[in-house]
Ligand binder design. Structure first.
Ligand SMILES: Cc1cc2nc3c(=O)[nH]c(=O)nc-3n(C[C@H](O)[C@H](O)[C@H](O)COP(=O)(O)OP(=O)(O)OC[C@H]3O[C@@H](n4cnc5c(N)ncnc54)[C@H](O)[C@@H]3O)c2cc1C
Length: 394
């Protein structure tokens, strides 16, 4: 059990990193360690499945650069490996005057980021694209697509194995000891030695960082995103993807409508603070996770700033009527009876001590270990490009 490179975490980012490392250096002795019995069980297997285009992100940021390039690579990869995808396009719609400036800003950012085909459309054009949607101004993003990221991750895993990489499931990393020449990972499958380590542990990436003895410059705070599904007989209300103008203070996109590649239309996700890092149900609770969040000074600073929005999110989480009202701003005909609960995902969102939710991707290099600290959405879209960058850093 000796490797040149070990990657902790078998989500889409860890797998893409292993794949790109092998492409860069064929024959590399690389292993991916995943604590679950299967890969892609957490964020990668619980997301909206959107191939984002890159209009939300600050020009020049890692998210902006990686999303635009990553989306093109994702489409190319799906084509090459016959993974079903659909470039169905999306509309972003402002529903009152206060959101108009936000929509203009998205246009400005999207144009600066080089998002292809972006354009403001008239309300009549919106009605042609999405007949049941209303608003006062709208933008069309024709390049946005949908895919199943579990399928993409499974293909990455298959290619890693074909290139001689080792995939180890049910292998949880519990300790890390740095020696002079090697790093020893203590795992539930025994000790594993490696010259280099990459931490792609998603919701646990800060804990892996702590195991290396380094100070945590941030903490992962879990935000659950809950979905409803539109009942089959009312799916006609939405053709592809309908988004609101997101609140620019948060790295979340606001509840929206998403067509799934498997069929069906989902509504969501919201963003509620989760009381368990891998807690997919409202009732899930972990004393360790909650105590750790509550003990972090950044959490209270964030709460002092944004408690009002947080309360609103909880209310919408507990009240289906309130969730429906948020959706009715975009599609007034949608009724509570049209929606059925459809699961949830939990975002690994990094928060710093000042109470700031880190907006951009954050990748930190230290002595022989690279920590992938913050890779929330659109990291699934951008996974091939992120993996390539990390492989270059190694
Ligand atoms: C609700 C929601 C909607 C989203 N929608 C989109 C979208 O539409 N488009 C998009 O591009 N992105 C989207 N994202 C973001 C995207 O899903 C994530 O950015 C991406 O999946 C992150 O991948 P990852 O590999 O870093 O994390 P994960 O998939 O969470 O993988 C991390 C892995 O590390 C493993 N692990 C943790 N600790 C250990 C340990 N000690 N030992 C071994 N293994 C360990 C975990 O079990 C897990 O499998 C969404 C995310 C959420 C939650």
């Amino acid at each position: 059990m000796e490797f040149e490179l070990v990657i902790v975490g078998g989500g889409i980012v860890g797998l893409a990193t292993a794949l790109q490392s092998l492409r860069r250096k064929p024959g590399l002795r690389v292993a991916v360690l995943e604590k679950e019995p299967v890969f892609a069980r957490h964020q990668t297997g619980h997301n909206s499945g959107v191939i984002h285009s890159g209009l939300y992100y600050k020009p020049g940021s890692l998210k902006a650069r990686n999303c635009v390039a990553g989306a093109a690579r994702m489409v190319e990869f799906c084509r090459e490996h016959s993974i079903p995808f659909d470039i169905c396009g999306k509309v972003v719609v402002s529903t009152d005057e206060s959101e108009r400036a936000g929509l203009d800003e998205l246009m400005r950012r999207g144009t600066a980021n080089g998002v292809p085909g972006l354009r403001m459309i008239r309300i009549e054009e919106l009605k042609e694209l999405e007949p049941h949607c209303t608003g006062i101004a709208a933008m069309q993003v024709p390049g946005t697509g949908i895919v199943d990221y579990s399928k993409v991750a499974a293909k990455y895993a298959e290619l890693i194995q074909q290139s001689g990489g080792q995939l180890m499931t049910s292998c949880e990393v519990r300790g890390i000891v740095k020696g002079n020449s090697d790093i020893v990972l203590e795992t539930t499958r025994g000790a594993i030695k490696s010259s280099r380590v990459i931490n792609c542990a998603g919701l646990h990436s800060d804990r892996i960082l702590k195991l290396t003895g380094e100070a945590r410059p941030y903490q992962i705070v879990p935000f659950r995103g809950e979905y409803y599904e539109i009942v089959p007989e009312r799916r006609k209300l939405v053709r592809s993807l309908i988004y609101p103008v997101a609140d620019p203070r948060f790295p979340f996109l606001g509840v929206h409508f998403t067509r799934r590649i498997s069929g069906g239309i989902e509504a969501g996700p919201n963003a509620v603070l989760a009381l368990k890092r891998e807690g997919y149900k409202k009732t899930d609770f972990s004393l360790r996770d909650t105590a750790e969040t509550a003990a972090y000074p950044g959490f209270w600073r964030m709460t002092a700033k944004y408690w009002r929005s947080g309360v609103g999110e909880y209310y919408r989480s507990l009240s289906k009527a309130a969730f429906t009202r948020a959706l009715q701003k975009l599609v007034p005909e949608i009724q509570s009876s049209d929606l059925e609960p459809a699961g949830a995902g939990v975002r690994a969102q990094a928060l710093d001590r000042s109470g700031k939710l880190l907006d951009d991707f954050v990748i930190v290099r230290s002595d022989r270990i690279i920590h992938v600290c913050n890779v929330p959405s659109p990291a699934a879209t951008a996974s091939l490009v992120i993996g390539e960058q990390i492989a270059e850093m190694v």
